[in-house]
Unconditional design. Structure first.
Length: 150
């Protein structure tokens, strides 16, 4: 059993209680509870700057969207999420009707560590496709990357 959710307050306590009722006492478990910080505005701004640059790069290379128009930063956002974040499925019930949804994962739900990893994937991918991305010296991404290297 693996449970991976971001929770807080009384919901955290009730969730831990419900998990405890499903524990097989003959097995060993690793439980990690850590504070999670949402992605930062700086990370989000860097992502959108990079997506704009990537859209321009691939448009100049002849790539267009399904309407035959130049790629937008939103098109690149969808491509990068498809490539690196994947999809999430959910179901909801409206009366007797069950609606199954399958959609791209949202970057808004990433914590700062996951967002850094996502940005690193985009950075490496862009480089491998002939589009080196700028790294502003004062941005959080560069500071965190340098901290990891030292």
């Amino acid at each position: 059993m693996k449970v991976d959710q971001i929770v807080s307050g009384t919901f955290l306590a009730s969730m831990l209680f419900s998990i405890s009722s499903k524990i097989d006492v003959s097995k060993t478990y690793k439980i990690v509870i850590k504070e999670s910080k949402a992605r930062s505005l700086d990370q989000n701004a860097l992502m959108w700057m990079w997506l704009t640059i990537l859209a321009e790069h691939f448009t100049l290379g002849g790539m267009v969207n399904e309407d035959g128009e130049r790629l937008s930063k939103d098109d690149m956002h969808d491509i990068m999420r498809h490539k690196f974040l994947g999809y999430e499925s959910s179901s909801r019930k409206l009366g007797q009707t069950v609606i199954d949804e399958h959609k791209l994962r949202s970057t808004a739900k990433l914590d700062s560590g996951d967002m850094h990893h996502y940005l690193s994937q985009i950075d490496e991918w862009a480089n491998s496709h002939g589009c080196p991305l700028p790294h502003p010296e004062d941005c959080e991404y560069v500071k965190l990357r340098e901290a990891q290297l030292s």
